[in-house]
Design a protein around this ligand. Sequence first.
Ligand SMILES: Nc1ncnc2c1ncn2[C@@H]1O[C@H](COP(=O)(O)OP(=O)(O)OP(=O)(O)O)[C@@H](O)[C@H]1O
Length: 532
Amino acid sequence: MSSNTKRRKDEQQPYYSSQQQQPQMQNPSYMQTADNMLGPPEIGPDEIITESILGDGSFGTVYKGRCRQKDVAVKVMLKQVDEKTLKDFRKEVAIMSKIFHPNIVLFLGACTSVPGKLMICTELMRGNLETLLMDHNIKLPLITRMRMSKDAALGVLWLHSSNPVFIHRDLKTSNLLVDSNLTLKVCDFGLSQIKQRGENLKDGQDGAKGTPLWMAPEVLQGKLFNEKADVYSFGLVLWQIYTRKELFPEFDNFYKFVTAICEKQVRPPIPDDCPAALKELIKNCWDPAPEVRPGFSEIVSSLESIIIDCSIPDEYGAIMWKNHFKHIDDAPWKDFVNVFANFVGLTNQNTSTMYDLLCFSPNLVGSTIELNFKCLKAIIVSPPKGVGPQEEEVVSMEQFGKVLAWFGNLRDDGSQILDKIRNLMECAWFHGDISTSESENRLHKKPEGTFLVRFSTSEPGAYTISKVSKNGVISHQRIHRPGGKFQVNNSKYLSVKDLIAGEAQALGISTPCLGSRFLSLIYKSQISGYIN
Ligand SMILES: Nc1ncnc2c1ncn2[C@@H]1O[C@H](COP(=O)(O)OP(=O)(O)OP(=O)(O)O)[C@@H](O)[C@H]1O
């Protein structure tokens, strides 16, 4: 048998069944039988319809497609493939059918048996991260980018923690895909390798695998390497996620590039405004010495801290969240109350938890402390996300950060933050977290001088005064927060209440707009909070 005939014959059989019983004669070669059910799910080429092109890669083209009435992504291999590419294709199918994780693109099946029609079918994602980052018309706040970084790190942590270990070997932003919720998933396992824990690998004569710009120096130099090569690439991924810039645009010569990376230890410049913890993480990841680079579980942990710092700029607030809720974005209200009360010294180890006191202590019924926690709950809690009876009200990390930015500094104010919140809610004109259009609805057709104060929707920690001016025109004026003070028209005050009292005449505001949802909390019948 000539080698050509042999290769063609191999291609006609699902690769995993070469040592198993052949499919029944009456079935097309791609049909799955009871004997080969244990291999990756086989999809027939006639079950896949390809539509538009999603991307081009070294193995072929990725299309948006339909398979069994589902939108999918289909990687179609080049028609003429050499043995090495075929081997990589088979490896990609084998690896993808072994790994399942929310941050790894979902493998649906593959067509492995029909020559010229080798395909891999995966869930359809919105696009790749590189394209998203380079489109500067798309707003991607740092916190969103850090959450995406954590998603990617969780995906790679899963690969590195498997037994045997999977090394990705081609981590780069174009191999990280985003879905419509901006959840990130790792894809493209064509160059991935399997190894035992603690084992070092070395590339063979066919050279290093991966994309040179993203390759670790030890890989570029053909030295021994292990999963820390992925960590190096991830450092570059983090750099690009932070800067949204092209990687190494200054290099157009491969040999000069290798010398720069391996001998001169050149790395992309990290901007000065990069948060210190992120800068340190990036530098550690791309350290020339693989053993110095962190593992992915350490990377996930560092990213969790960075995400908390981005969400909660208040230093003490961030410490509180890191100490008690580091791995979660949303804390159950019950746990939050206990941790917060303890952190600001309202309870200690010897007293009952604040939640229990609020529920069961008769002394607290009708007390200021009970009212304070009701007010806090009114602005900090999000409704349950699910629908089941078990679903709890939660405090999101971001909302906690916002509340601290609006009301104070946890280190200096401690439990007085609760009084500040109640004091503001007692004002009839304070409407809290309503949108610009909702404020306009509430002021519509109201007399001149009617006004309300709400949280600014765009400037962290700031407030907005919305008022009715002459001829019923509604306008909005920002209360800025320089140095924690409250400023409007160059006049600074210690509280919003003082500012409204002091500037009422200059601002042309006189009558609070009714309709604040907080008033029913504070007063059962009487409406108060007028300017005086
Ligand atoms: N599941 C998917 N959903 C949406 N787009 C996808 C999907 N899979 C791949 N793509 C798009 O196709 C591009 C190439 O995919 P992939 O990296 O898997 O192919 P490749 O041939 O291995 O490429 P390369 O060798 O250049 O890494 C991705 O960067 C992405 O833009």
